[in-house]
Design a binder for this molecule. Sequence first.
Ligand code: ARG
Length: 405
Amino acid sequence: MKVALAYSGGLDTTVLCRWLKENYRAEVITVTVDVGQPTDFGVIEERAYVAGASKHYHVDARDKFVDEFVSRDILFNGLYEGEYPLSTALSRYPIAEEVARIALREGCDAVAHGCTGKGNDQLRMDASLSYFLPDDVKIIAPVREQNWSRDWEVEYALSRGLPIGVKESRFSIDENVWGRSVEGAELEDPWTGPPWEAFKWVRPPSEWPDEPEEFVIRFEAGLPAALDGKKMRLREMIEELNMRLGRHGYGLIDHIEDRAIGLKSREVYEAPAALALIKCHQDLEKMTLPARCLRFKASVDREWTELVYAGLWYHTLREALDRFVDELEKSVSGEVRLTLEKGSVRISGRRADKSLYVKDLITYSAGSLFDQRHSEGFSSIWSLEVKLHKLMQERGYRQAKRKNE
Ligand code: ARG
């Protein structure tokens, strides 16, 4: 049997690699997909071979991740339950796609991943792998199937002399360019606040600059195109914003999240660029889209966000929503100015190429193009519903009075 293993180099997948070899006598091909996690990929490759891999692939999917997945999150203002910019969720799709591609190329009989049965990642990996792979290629997830515990895994690794790496942090961290998810240790108690050492981009108050700082982000058709007048690739801009916005203490999220499988979990994230870009994008949409479109799009955004969170990227509905939003976003071009100060961010200005905000209409000064007199008839008809309500109440009152007499 030949198995392609989605390999991160962590404890789960390292144990998994050896276990597949021992239990299935499988030939294991490890695949590590780079989505911007801060990892020494040389070390990962060595570890894969020590764990028993017969072949190892390293795939740089950083630009694919940003251009095909992260960019869509900006267009859909994708914040799950209003808070989480889907950083981990989005990364699972290019990982699954690359692993499936290699499994097909290598003629594998199965694909393995290290997801547990408690999270959302299993749904994202299983659904995406099954989209790319024919039915006769099995998907196996031994951590879930065998109900492994961390203690069992450590014991297994030690007994086989597997390198499990020195832990730099007591937290379990999933990182990519779009955000860092921090879990475990004391954070499992939702009342305990995260210590500053859990974060990398967002700095503690003692390091915040005294002066506020302004950033101008230019969007073209809904996507960030330039920062402070300098054109740059989206990935480059996100990397720069994570550092520069984080310096001011901005970008933390701490919330109770509803996993797709029904569990509630306490989640801590840092995502300065994601939060700021979505905020700016939303602001620019308000300058460029009619109210009716904004209201309708809010429900589209939510639907899209829930699909992506719950593992259903490769769904007809997601594809159809994508086409709808591409059409609307054509007019979302312009600039938004952000002011960062002492842990907070606020939008301090915006201008759009095709703005629906027309100063000559809204102005209170003389010479406004809006003739107020036309509103008289409109406003009196608008009152009709309230007048009818009053009529009903009065009728009810009179009837009651008559009965009592
Ligand atoms: N709750 C988040 C999600 O489901 C982040 C999970 C991060 N941790 C992980 N081990 N995948 O997307």
